[in-house]
Design a protein around this ligand. Sequence first.
Ligand code: ATP
Length: 895
Amino acid sequence: MEGAAGSHWHARTGDEVLAALDSRSHGLSAPEASRRLALHGPNALPPQPERHPLVRFLAQFHSTLIYVLLAAAVLAAILGHVLDASVIAAVVAVNAVVGFLQEGKAERALAAIRSLVSPRAHVLRDGERLSVPVADLIPGDVVLLEAGDRVPADLRLLRARGLLVDEALLTGESVAAQKHDAPAAHDAPLGDRHSMAFSGTLVAAGQASGVVVATGERTELGRIGRLLSSVEDNGTPLLRQVDRFGRFFALFVLAASVVLLLYAVALRGWPLVDALLAVVAIAVSVIPEGLPAVITITLAIGVQRMASHNAVIRRLPAVETLGATSVICTDKTGTLTRNEMAARRVLAPTRTLLAEGEGYGPRGALRSAHGEDDAAALAEALPLLRCALLCNDARLQQRGAQWAVVGDPMEGALLALGARAGLDAEHARAEWPRVDAIPFDAAHRFMATLHRGPGGETVVFVKGAPERILAMAQVPPAQLARWERGLHDAASAGERLLGFGAKELPAGRARLEFADLEQGVSCLGLVAFQDPPREEALQAIAECRDAGIEVKMITGDHAATATAIARQLHLADAPLALTGAQLDALPATRLAERVREAQVFARTSPEHKLRIVRALQAQGAIVAMTGDGVNDAPSLKQADVGVAMGIKGTEAAKEAAQMVLLDDNFASIVHAVREGRTVYDNVRKVIAFTLPTNGGEVLGLIVCILGGLTLPMTAAQVLWINLVTEITLGLSLAFEPAEPGVMARPPRPAQAPLVSGFMLWRIVLVSVLFAAATLALLQGMLASGESLEAARTLVVNALVAMEIGYLFSVRFLAGRSLTWRGAMGTPAVLWAIGVLAVVQLALTYVPVMNRLFGTAPLSAGQMAVAVATGAVLMLVLEAEKALLRRVRPSLIQSA
Ligand code: ATP
């Protein structure tokens, strides 16, 4: 197949293009589609070349911390301590391998999660509207476009209504281009080919159908070799903070080492070589080299857990921000409610009818509400029911015993309503062929269709928000009063209302304009729908209340309906509602305050959403906001966490969002917040766990240098401890489940420091305890005549045991005491301890290890002392927690 430009598709008529591609306006047949797919291959651009594994491996060394370690290794080698140098180098290499493997795993997991939201396109095949993966499109396919879609391939437009396409990606032009179906000039440049919609560009408004002329690499996008970046950078504020901290730390270590070196040599008279080796030991002991990798893994595990609960993270920073969310602004229909619409009541001009029946099936009946003659009532409702079937894009499909809607559930409910009244939608559609349409749009809140009637008449049918329909009609006061009463009653029961109207236009009219609907429409009546709240949403809202998170409903629906649903969901005892019009009328000075107070925003447009987010953010709130339409993109971007709907959301909304909900369910947002809080806790646990290890080691070394004592560990031993504990114990913290009560505390303030007062105190205290125990054990061993090797081996084992003891304490940040269940640990913790025990035994008893690390076998009694040290430390820390809770509860709460 030639490229789009080669065949000048833009300059040919739609029919010519269809003929050239051997297609028809109602699309290809299914077998032909599969034949062409085999011939042309998938509609996809070649994947971005991955970074070579070697490059990725080498990147592991690119860190200030690792540079310091490598410098230490070189120094040790120069000093003739080849063994130490090789151990340092080996540890750095192992660290890099672990980082490389884990990073690869995390990347693969994230890629798998991202593919959960792969784009789909609407096509006509055999005249039926289908949703297919974009990759399955082939030349000749007829694609349907609407606002918010990403154009899935190069299309020659067959029909276009009000189509505006943002082509900045291809042409750099920021103003959306108008498109229509007439041929363009033969020599028109790309930006002027108004009869084409190019792959990768975004439909800003309107509707269209077009035939695919080029797919994959043969599209204009493929030719310029540009890729749509669906993935954002993987850095997060937290990772950057840790990185900055690491760099600052490394510089500090270097400076402190030089001072210590001078002190040891000049004032203590140490030989230069010994002093340098001591400094090397300090440098390696103080560096938390494994920390960045463990934090990355913790974030990745959080993303995986969120995905398993239907929340797909598109941008990694959202994982952290979710945990700080203080306000969730959510749509109503389908998110808080089930979006299983049932038309319950029909208000005809003088009579009311009740619908009986379940689901979307045709079984059921329409009866008069007040015991009048059913047939007369039905006859009165007939024009409304016909309008409901014709001004309708949905279809019902039988799947087993169930009926399902293809399209808008509310329109599906109208088809079911018609069927229960004995009307057949297909028959009505054949009798009243559609000539033109104005599609539904949240901005104008109605939909209208133009039809040719069986008697040759031309009629426009319209359905929409009742106040919109009433505004198009001249209704006598008595009639208006009836409808307003019906509206009020239904809305206060939480029912959703739709108004219906019709107007005859001059015969032969083929195009429908907005002006046709400004007046003279006759109002046919109202239909009330039930859309029950989701059970899970009720629970999730209660959870938010405990978690100090405000929930605000932002909906296009009527204020009374929205308020009633809000009450059913216990959003507030007496929910306060603001309409879009009221928002517009508010002076800027009162906006923030009123927005803060209200729980329900009704009859809003996407622009209102943007104002609401900004008003909330101005007051320091961290806002999560849901959206689905193309016009929601600005507010999704503005929100701290933009949340797009996976099912009913447009591509534009998904691309603007940081998170996509696969099930459109409010409860999934709350679940993600819970995971977000857990991830943040776990990162802090990893930090709280890692730093005292380094702190304790370095403190012990410095005391020895200052006091002229024998060093408690060699550089190689220090590195051994750091490495084995970080990749076992440190990593196990990444798998920590949520703390009990994680959703029973207020959101963390946006500016809260990563390391709280309690954590800082803990880091200092544990460092001191580690150092004191280390020195005491070393001196004790030496005093009892043991060799230096044996003494150091005991110190290394005791330190690892103390870290295990400390791990149990750190698993509960908020100063809670260890419970029996807590002491049992998680599978990850138990695995970590098991692995650690094995490698420690190897370090102590395997001769090669003894030679490499300068260790010596210990007696059983000495091993017992090491283990007991760990147990004692755990008890001391538990006692400290209990004591602090009594004397300084405020410090613990700050945890
Ligand atoms: P939410 O914003 O919570 O999803 P919503 O679905 O009610 O709520 P919109 O889709 O903006 O919000 O709809 C606003 C109003 O427009 C509805 O209350 C209804 O009166 C009317 N409406 C919705 N869908 C259609 C449709 N397909 N045809 C005609 N009118 C519609």
